[in-house]
Structure formats: structure tokens, C-alpha cells
Design a protein around this ligand. Structure first.
Ligand code: PEP
Ligand code: MG
Length: 368
């Protein structure tokens, strides 16, 4: 469509829906102007609560963090009203670069991020590349099922050269400060242990050569593969925190490609199997007393986030643009009542769960 556009022609780009309108008719322009006005009004409403804490009406504090990947996102931290950066996708820097960033360049990026956030925490996720996240300058074999292929820590553990540079850069950047690191697409406890050992080895090596290291190193992992759910009893005692990547976890759980619009609406993520899965993870983390957070998109929609609150989750990391609406929802809930109602609905499942959860929100005055 860019090729078809001429100078001076009007164009509407709808990034929410993935639509582009070239020379739109006046009623389309009106509809979009209206929507933009509504959106601006909504943003103003969120701005008023930006600096207020994410606390429920009955006084329970909820941690509301934001996701980031580039410095540009980090700049939004204060403005978003989020507390910390709960997921920093380090591969984005690699994806926008024309060649592999050197260790010194990586170090500078991580240092800039840490300097910018000051006392706040950033959870750096190590490289999640391979599969569909292609680096133009890194040759890999084409795969039939790239999302389930040689990606993330699978690639890193087989060819540790790249990840070792990254770990070194992260450790150096956080010298004398707190560093939180997590690993993507971990499928077995052994993969986690090997990843952690690589990190500890690099830290030891830096010490040996007289470099300063982080004063506090927190090590966690993403939960994105259903098989790992059934190893949590062995995994959790070794973790400082767990972060649930619902985008991948639920695509593998439902065997439904997260990027395929033909099946995008087919399986409701607010349905019995996924909520039972999430509830189980929450219970196991609680019994092992390991902090758990949700950094996939599931936590960024209000009804979904409300339901997860009702299941006992207390920490979310969402795109910066949705922090305001989730915070407003949190501040309108009475957690005790919400937990009771959600537990009740899940205990006696019948009919459409999404509708029943909507009815709970309506009855309890939760602002969605
Ligand atoms: C996820 O899978 O939910 C996640 C947060 O990681 P990404 O979206 O980068 O795959
Ligand atoms: Mg993922």
C-alpha cells in the first residue's frame, strides 16, 4: 500500500487492528476521529491515577510492572505508572541491528537501562532468538516448526559463544548493583541448571580477573513450556523468581499458533483448561514460597487480569500502554469478594466462563 500511495494522499494506519486505509471515505475518517477522541479521554483518566499505587479496595498491594525491549520503552517507565521493568526482551536490540552487537555495545545498552531506572528493578531476559525471531546476519537452518525449534536457550546451550558474551555484558553492566536475569523457553530442570551454571561461571571468571560483579544476583526463569509445569517441584527450590510467559505457554498448551489469525479466536484463554493450569502454577509457587509474575499478554487485558487476581496472582508485567487500565481495574476490586467469586465459578464450571467472569465484574463494580 505504501507503493500505491501518492504524495499528499490521506492515510489512516490502524495499528490495533493491522488495517491501513488509503484515501478513506469521510465516514471512516469520522469513525477514527471519534475513536481517537475516546482514547485520549481514556488516557486522561489513567493519567490521574498514574502515581497512585496499585492497591485493591480492601488494601492488598499488587505489583504492576511493564515490559520493554529498547531504550525507547525504558523512557516510558515513569510515565506509564509501572513500578519496575518485569521483562526486558534483550533480543530486540539484536533484531534491529545490522550486525551482531559486540560485547562492549551490549554492555553500554544494559548500563544505560540500569542507569535510567535507578533504584527500580529490571528483569533482563537472555536472548530469545532463533525460530521466528530471525537475525538477518545470523545464518540458521530453516525449520518446519520454528516456534518449537532450535531457539532461545536451546540454541544458547548448544552454541554458548553468544550467550556468554551477553551474560558477561549483563554482569559487568550491573557491577555493584542488583541484577535480575531470567532464561527463555526452558523445558527441563537440567536446561535451567546448565543456564544458571553458565551465568555463575561467568560471574566467577569476572571476579577472578578483578572485575566488580553485581552486589545481588537474582536468577529466575520463564515458564513458557507446559512440560515445565510438571517439574515445578524440582525447579522452584532453585529459583529466586518465576515469570509466566502466557503467550508461548498457552500457544503450546492449546497447540494453537499465537500468530495465526485463523485460529486466534478459536480457543478462549479465559476457559477452564487454561485457568486450571494457571491456578495450579499459582498454588505450587505459593507452596514453595517463590515469587511468581505474569509477563505474557494475558495479564494486560482487564477481564483476564481480574481473573488472574482472583486466582491469587499478585504480580504482572504488561506493555506500558496497558499499565493505566490494569491499575484502574485493580484499584476498583475488592479482592476478598473477587477471589471467592472466581473460586466458586471455577469449582462448578458450566456454560461460558468468560460471560460468568464478566457478570462477576459487573456485580462487584470492577472497572474493566
Ligand atoms: C511470552 O511468551 O509470553 C513472552 C512474554 O515472551 P515473548 O512474547 O517474547 O515470546
Ligand atoms: Mg515467549
Amino acid at each position: 500500500i505504501v507503493g500505491a500511495a501518492r504524495d499528499g494522499q490521506e492515510i489512516i494506519v490502524d495499528a490495533d487492528q493491522g488495517d491501513v486505509h488509503l484515501s478513506p471515505a469521510s465516514d471512516i475518517v469520522d469513525a477514527y476521529s471519534n475513536r481517537a477522541r475516546l482514547q485520549a479521554r481514556r488516557l486522561k483518566r489513567y493519567a490521574r491515577i498514574k502515581h497512585l499505587p496499585a492497591v485493591t479496595r480492601d488494601g492488598v498491594g499488587v505489583t504492576l510492572n511493564m515490559n520493554a525491549g529498547l531504550m525507547m520503552d525504558v523512557e516510558n517507565l515513569e510515565d506509564s505508572g509501572a513500578e519496575n521493568i518485569g521483562l526486558f526482551r534483550t533480543e530486540l536490540k539484536f533484531m534491529v541491528a545490522a550486525r551482531m552487537p559486540r560485547e562492549t555495545e551490549q554492555l553500554q545498552v544494559y548500563k544505560d537501562v540500569l542507569d535510567r531506572v535507578g533504584e527500580r528493578d529490571v528483569v533482563f531476559r537472555t536472548l530469545d532468538i532463533g525460530g521466528d525471531k530471525v537475525l538477518p546476519y545470523l545464518r540458521t537452518r530453516s525449520e518446519e516448526n520454528p516456534a518449537m525449534g532450535w531457539r532461545a536457550m536451546r540454541m544458547a546451550l548448544d552454541r554458548p559463544g553468544l550467550i556468554r558474551y551477553q551474560l558477561r555484558a549483563l554482569l559487568k553492566a550491573a557491577a555493584g548493583r542488583q541484577l535480575s536475569i531470567m532464561f527463555p523457553l526452558i523445558t527441563t530442570v537440567e536446561e535451567f541448571e546448565r543456564s544458571r551454571d553458565l551465568l555463575l561461571f561467568e560471574q566467577q571468571r569476572l571476579r577472578k580477573f578483578g572485575h566488580a560483579v553485581p552486589k545481588n544476583l537474582r536468577i529466575g526463569t520463564m515458564l513458557e513450556v507446559p512440560a515445565l509445569v510438571w517439574q515445578l517441584d524440582r525447579l522452584l527450590p532453585q529459583l529466586d523468581f518465576l515469570s509466566i510467559g502466557t503467550n508461548d505457554l498457552l500457544q503450546f498448551f492449546f497447540a494453537a499458533d499465537r500468530g495465526n489469525p485463523m485460529i486466534g479466536q478459536r480457543y478462549d484463554l479465559l476457559s477452564l483448561p487454561s485457568l486450571r493450569l494457571m491456578s495450579h502454577v499459582r498454588e505450587v509457587c505459593k507452596s514453595h514460597d517463590v515469587p511468581v509474575s505474569i509477563c505474557g499478554e494475558l495479564g494486560s487485558s482487564n477481564l483476564e487480569a481480574m481473573t488472574l487476581l482472583g486466582l491469587g496472582f499478585r504480580s504482572f508485567s504488561v506493555p506500558s500502554a496497558t499499565v493505566g487500565s490494569v491499575k484502574r481495574m485493580v484499584r476498583s476490586t475488592n479482592l476478598e469478594r473477587l477471589e471467592r467469586a472466581v473460586t466458586e465459578v471455577l469449582a462448578h464450571p458450566s456454560g461460558n466462563l468468560r460471560e460468568q467472569l464478566h457478570a462477576i465484574a459487573d456485580a462487584q463494580g470492577v472497572k474493566l
